[in-house]
Design a protein around this ligand. Sequence first.
Ligand code: NDP
Length: 326
Amino acid sequence: MFRAIKLEKDGDATKAAITEVDEADLPEGDVTVRVGYSTLNYKDGLAITGSGPVVRKWPMVPGVDFSGVVEQSDNPAFKVGDKVVLNGWGVGEGHWGGLAELARVKGDWLVPLHAPFTLRDAMIIGTAGYTAMLCVMALEDYGITPDKGDVLVTGAAGGVGSIAVAILSKLGYRVVAMTGRPEEAEFLKDLGAAEVIGRGGYSEQGRPLAKERWAAAVDVVGGHVLANVCASLKYRGAVAACGLAGGMALPATVAPFILRGVALLGVDSVMLPQADRIKAWKRMSTDLDPRLLDKLVDTVAFEDVIEAAGRLMNGTQRGRVVVPIN
Ligand code: NDP
């Protein structure tokens, strides 16, 4: 038997509880991992609180991320004792996830733990951090360089946002962090933000084109915020869009695209091919200052995860949550 957080459907609601689970009930997979650490991402918050349609099979063990040690393997790429990391692939949504002492998954979904990171570091980073890296890589691939001007990061005090601030500033960009929480200004400056601004009018319907302000942006919010970011990008600027914390809609016009040639770069971490994942983890080992990880983290005991998911959903959780498990 092992401990897991289990989600059950209760009418329209989701019931979340810590439960003892039989190892025989683990889903199919060729690698079994003793989970060392997991974490809470926005998507886990949605799943645990039932605030969004994340779970596709019931009952579900949430947790889109975990790091741990291989306990049993029928996959030639992994042997007992290997340290591994899992991000995404629908784990915690359609396949039991990382908020449990044991996880069984396809070996093809695992990446080896990348030096110099520890199992704990890998979960401070988690899907949020790895997605922040993908956003930065998308901007670089498009041709954005630090000399082009200020880069805006929205939802900056959250998981993706805070790590995006840290990476961009280490790479020499002048980063402007947008947050709805002015009390987090010092935290964001410690991560490397040159300037911290409020959401201003960005959360409301704006004009099709606004003053050209940003060379580039990383957006985790979507909705009006993303529309206003597009409207205020400089000529041939770009925004890497990865989130919907402020809404799924995109109430924008085509004006910024056809009059300023700006680019909206979509970023998905969940189904990204393995080679690109490894590239992103490798980049983080050089472009994310490991000394910042402890500033970013809030450690939450396994017993307190369900409560912490509520904090994540009401926007009062800062940075990254790490959940020690074994
Ligand atoms: P967090 O909850 O840690 O951070 C989200 C932040 O967004 C909050 O801290 C807050 O920042 C801001 N925010 C929340 N609600 C609103 C609102 N209504 N209007 C404006 N800003 C708001 O989540 P994560 O960082 O883990 O994830 C961020 C988003 O990215 C989520 O939508 C998530 O689903 C998505 N995501 C997508 C991935 C992909 O593969 N495409 C992978 C990982 C995440 P502040 O208080 O600083 O304003």
